[in-house]
Design a protein around this ligand. Sequence first.
Ligand code: 0RA
Length: 639
Amino acid sequence: MVAESNYGAGQIQVLEGLEAVRKRPAMYIGSTDGRGLHHLVYEVVDNAIDEALAGHCSHIEVELHDDGSVSVRDDGRGIPVDTHEEYDRPAVEVILTVLHAGGKFDKESYQVSGGLHGVGVSVVNALSEWLTVEVDRNGKRYEQRFERGEPVTELETVTDVPEDQTGTRIQFKPDTDIFEVEKFSFSTLESRLRELAFLNSGVRISLIDDRDPDADTATFEYEGGIREFVEYLNETRTPLHGDVIYLEDESAGVQVEIAMQATEDLQSSTHAFANNINTREGGTHLTGFKTALTRVVNGYAKDHDLLKAIDGENLKGEDIREGLTAVISVKHPDPQFEGQTKTKLGNSDVRGVVESALHDGLNTYFEEHPDTAEAIISKAIEAAKARKAAQKAEELTRRKSALESTSLPGKLADCQTKEPEDSELFIVEGDSAGGSTKQARDRKFQAVLPIRGKILNVEKHRLDRILENEEIRAMIRAIGTGIGEEFDIDELRYGRVILATDADVDGAHIRTLLLTFFYRHMRPLLENGHVYAIKPPLYRIRYRGETYDAMTEADRERIVEEECNGNPTQIQRFKGLGEMNPEQLWESAMNPENRILKRITIEDAAEADRMFSVLMGDAVGPRKQFIKEHATDAEWVDI
Ligand code: 0RA
């Protein structure tokens, strides 16, 4: 007779759920690349943030361990440990093993996580080689261990703790069978945790890296919340008024916060969040913000007779937003995320709530701070004048480019295929590298566009000047999509746009110039993952018939010591792409079999925005500081 199994219906449901997650991880966390890997951490952190928003948690600590695991500790109430009636198992075990169980535990509080993450910690558990949970609650510490989502120990009490000590610590090692990337990036986690600290004022969030001897730590805590976020974004800009405007309101369960400050800059830097998620595709909160801002500013300008300078015309929204840095954060009990990347807020009730919060709040603010109102309006009037001048210039350029539009730029060596999915465009710095690249390429699918050294710094010029630049026009025509509001991804001529610049400081500078241009004027190209950079090796090292490529100085030292016993046969330094012969170029940078291509993504738009204005803007101090801090940081692609 078979011994009675304790596999009830509940347990079977658990196993089926975990299997579904492991079979189709991307359905639950988006992808199994670096982005998906980091989502695991955000999922656990989001739960801790919910505890904080409910008023039960003030400190969250994320720690990266030597063995590839990560732990998240919070001082919230601790995941409940009492028996769950339906499953007849401790609640914590249910939360960690049953899909979507998190939501079934009606937290009376207002739960904010959701949307992109919010899949539940059971998904993190299912995708981890192992996971341990420690809960402090009821004067005791409880512990349980799981492997690939299944419990391998019972929930056990391990020690007494003070009665008032509560919290949760979850440590897990992502399963390397599932994820293509294994290593957590400190800077990726750092910018998301900083952003969360700005969005949830008063919560202290630490990040500790124990993986190498000179361990890094970062701690974020902002009493000023999104006001400090705006100050941070404007650190490299010149504000036009000293105060950061801050408005908040709550209506029908929807919480709204807005912070903004106008600067001398030419870019608008508006970042909208819903339930802590960066809604890059915008949505109802952003629409409400734009509508009300335009109305209030025009109303004030008209009442104070300030529109004479533009012949009594109204200011356009874009005039008012030029140089404006704004953060809009809404928290909604039931957020609806739409759009291609599920980062567009759809709730129609939000629009009116944001509109009226801004309308009432800003009118009052302007009455109390007329200097601020006037500073914002005079900047907007300058922008309107420039817009009108640019319009004339653009009409001229349009007429000019209409003549040229049938012809691709003369310097472009196009490929044979016309299928964007299969083709790639190498943008190469300098005519000499351009020449070798043209020789080295596989002309079936690889096109080459050489551009002359430094293109125009687009951060410092308005569109009329940018469009006069020969290199930029060649690039726009080769890529085919157009720019700005007229950008059309369906017109994209190459599925991969590959920046082939040297591995030195000049190369990095040109790459940044190009990325700034894409970020400001062809952003969907970056958002849809069409932009790549090659990482040519710095050295090729030979030893006993083997060849090793070193990407960095540190790499070279390691390879020489560890692989070549300190005595390599040959070390060849690649100075620049132009100095490689076509065969070397093909092998190290172009052959899809060997080359190292990095896809450039915008993980964090606010951080990218700040980075571009630091690197390309006017302020010298912060730029020097930034370069000093990142001088040894080869991971520049983490924009
Ligand atoms: C379910 C119910 C409650 C808290 C939590 C889950 C919880 C989950 C996580 C995950 C990481 N840290 C966490 N902290 C709490 C409410 C508990 C109660 O009502 O006492």
